[in-house]
Design a protein around this ligand. Structure first.
Ligand code: FES
Ligand code: FE2
Length: 408
C-alpha cells in the first residue's frame, strides 16, 4: 500500500475523531428483509457466486511446501488442492476416476500420492493416475487419459484461487482489479498458516458478511472486546469495482499526534479489512492476517458456514512466544520495532473467533428470525455504513436485481 495513501487515511481518521463525526456516504438505503430468507434467491446465489464463480480457498501458507494438500467442501464441488513436486499450486475434483469415491479425507496434510480407499487406484499429487491394482483383471484401460479432473487454479499475490468448473475462466488480475497492487504489497504469500475455526450458524451468509460491513457497533456490541482496542466511530472507505477496503482507527492513532508524519506507522494507527467479492473478508497483511470465508447452505437460506483461518509472519510467531510481548488495550503496538503486540497466538485466534460467533453472529441470528417472520419487511443501512451499501448493491447488480431503494 502506498505510503501516501496510508497518510491520507490516517489524516482522515484523525479528522473524523477530532470533529466527532463518522464517515458520511450521504445516503441511507432500505434493504428488503426477504434478501436473507428467500429460497429462490438463495438458489441463484449458490449457482452464480459459488458453483460457477472463482473462489479464494486460502493464502499461500495453507500449502506451505511441496506435497502439502488441503481439501475443500464448501461450494458444491469437492476440491483437492495440492502443491506438487515442483511447488506449483494445483486443484482437482476430489473424486476417483474409477467410481467417483472421495480420494482424500477431509482436512490437510502432506502426501505426494493419493490412494483411493475403495479399490486402491493411486494418483500423484499432480493428478496423474499412476497405479491400478490387478489391471489385467480390470481390462484394457488408458491410464494416461484418466488422471484426476483438474480445476483452474492460480496462486496470485499470496491468494490461492480456484474455479470450481474445469472449463471455468479464472482471471485473478480481473478479480482483484485496482486492488491488486495493494494486495501484492502486503506480502500475504510470506505468512505462515497457524490454524482455522469452522463456525456453523443459523443466519443467511449475507447477514454474516454484513457483520463485517461497519465499525459503528465496535463501541457498543463489542465494548468489552474490540471496543477497547479500536475506535469504531471513524472510518475510511474505498471501493475497487466489486471489492472494497475499509479502515478504522485504533487507540494507537492518538499516540501518533506527537510524532512527525514520517514516523506514523499505519499498523499502529489502524485496523483494516478487504472485502473480495463474493464472500471473502481479509484482515491485515504485513504481520498478521485472518482470512474469513463465508458460505451459504445450498438448501437453506437461514444457515451458513464460516471458516476463519489465521496467518502470522514468522517474526510474530517468534515474538508471541516471549513473555514480555503482552498487549493491553492502550499498548497494542511496539513503536520501537513497528509491530503489533499479541497476547499469544492461541488467545488471539480464540478472541477473534469467539467475538465473531458469540457477539456478531448472535445478533445476525436474531435478525434472521426477524427476516423469516415475514412481518418485518426491511432493514436500514445508515449514511455511516457505506460498505453495506456497496456489498448489497454489488451482489444485486451481479444478479440483475434493481439497486437498493434510497430512504427519502
Ligand atoms: S472407486 Fe476409487 S478405486 Fe474404485
Ligand atoms: Fe463485530
Amino acid at each position: 500500500m502506498q505510503r501516501k495513501k496510508q497518510i491520507t487515511i490516517i489524516k482522515e481518521l484523525m479528522r473524523q475523531l477530532d470533529e466527532k463525526v463518522n464517515i458520511d456516504a450521504g445516503v441511507q438505503y432500505r434493504n428488503p428483509a426477504k434478501a436473507y430468507a428467500d429460497k429462490e434467491l438463495a438458489e441463484l446465489e449458490w449457482e452464480r457466486f459459488f458453483k460457477e464463480h472463482p473462489q479464494v480457498i486460502g493464502l499461500s501458507g495453507a500449502l506451505p511446501e511441496p506435497g502439502a494438500y488441503i481439501t475443500v467442501d464448501d461450494f458444491g464441488v469437492p476440491v483437492l488442492a495440492t502443491r506438487d513436486k515442483q511447488g506449483e499450486f494445483r486443484a482437482f475434483v476430489n473424486s476417483c476416476r474409477h467410481r467417483g469415491v472421495r480420494l482424500a479425507e477431509e482436512g490437510r496434510g502432506k502426501r505426494f500420492k493419493f490412494m483411493c480407499p475403495f479399490h486402491h487406484w493411486t494418483y500423484a499429487n499432480s493428478g496423474e493416475l499412476i497405479n491400478i491394482p490387478r489391471a489385467h483383471d480390470f481390462g484394457d484401460f488408458d491410464k494416461s487419459c484418466h488422471g484426476l479432473v483438474e480445476l483452474p487454479a492460480i496462486e496470485h499475490h499470496g491468494l490461492l484461487m480456484v474455479h470450481p468448473q474445469p472449463d471455468g475462466h479464472l482471471d485473478p488480475v480481473a478479480l482483484l482489479g485496482e486492488l491488486g497492487d495493494e494486495i501484492a504489497g502486503w506480502n500475504f504469500d510470506s505468512l505462515v498458516y497457524v490454524g482455522e475455526s469452522l463456525l456453523e450458524n443459523k443466519l443467511n451468509w449475507k447477514l454474516a458478511n454484513d457483520t463485517f460491513g461497519e465499525t459503528y457497533h465496535f463501541g457498543r456490541l463489542h465494548k468489552d472486546t474490540l471496543g477497547k482496542l479500536f475506535q469504531g466511530d471513524a472510518l475510511h472507505y474505498e471501493e475497487f469495482g466489486r471489492n472494497h477496503r475499509f479502515v478504522w482507527a485504533n487507540h494507537g492513532i492518538d499516540q501518533l499526534k506527537s510524532l512527525p508524519e514520517d514516523d506514523w506507522h499505519y499498523e499502529a494507527a489502524t485496523g483494516w479489512i478487504y472485502y473480495l467479492f463474493p464472500n471473502i473478508q481479509l484482515t491485515g497483511g504485513g504481520h498478521t492476517s485472518s482470512l474469513i470465508k463465508i458460505y451459504p447452505d445450498a438448501t437453506n437460506p437461514g444457515r451458513c458456514r464460516t471458516r476463519v483461518s489465521h496467518y502470522f509472519s514468522q517474526e510474530i510467531i517468534d515474538e508471541a512466544s516471549k513473555s514480555d510481548n503482552v498487549s493491553s488495550p492502550d499498548n497494542v503496538y511496539d513503536f520501537d520495532n513497528g509491530k503489533r503486540k499479541l497476547p499469544s497466538l492461541e488467545a488471539t485466534m480464540e478472541i477473534f473467533t469467539s467475538t465473531i460467533e458469540q457477539e456478531d453472529y448472535l445478533m445476525g441470528e436474531t435478525t434472521q428470525r426477524s427476516a423469516e417472520s415475514g412481518v418485518i419487511k426491511e432493514f436500514i443501512f445508515g449514511r455511516n455504513e457505506p460498505a453495506l451499501h456497496h456489498y448489497h448493491n454489488t451482489y444485486r447488480e451481479a444478479l440483475n436485481l434493481p439497486p437498493l431503494e434510497k430512504v427519502t
